[in-house]
Unconditional design. Sequence first.
Length: 138
Amino acid sequence: MVQRVADVMTPAPTSVDTTDTIEAAARAMASGDVGALIVESESRIVGIITDRDIVVRGLAEGRGLDATVGEIASDQLVTVGPGDPVATAVEVMRDAAVRRVPVMDGDTAVGIVSIGDLAVERDPSSALADISEEPPNR
C-alpha cells in the first residue's frame, strides 16, 4: 500500500497575513510549537514563512520585529496534495531544495509536510527521525 502525504503531514496549519509583523509570526510559531506558517493575502495562500526566514531574511538583514511577513516570506511556493504519494513529497522537496511544503486541497492549506515528518515515516531509525520525535526544547 502506497503511503500518502495525508498520513505523514502535520494537519491544520496556522496561517498569517502578509501584513502581519514578523514578531507576530514568531509568536504564532512559539505558541503552536511549529517552525513554519502559511502566508495569506486577501484569503489566498501566497507563500510560507519559516523560523529560518525570520532569522536569516529578517533579523540578520537588519529588519526590525515590526517588518512584515510579506517582506521576508518565501513566495516561490511549491505544494503537494494530501492524496499524493509520500515519494512525490520527497521529490518536490528535493527538486525545490526546501525543508517544508504546504499540503493543499484545492485552494485550502490542509497541512504542512516537513523533512522531519518524512524521516519519521521513511527512516525511523535515523538521527533526524529521533530528533523530530523528541518534545521541543524549553
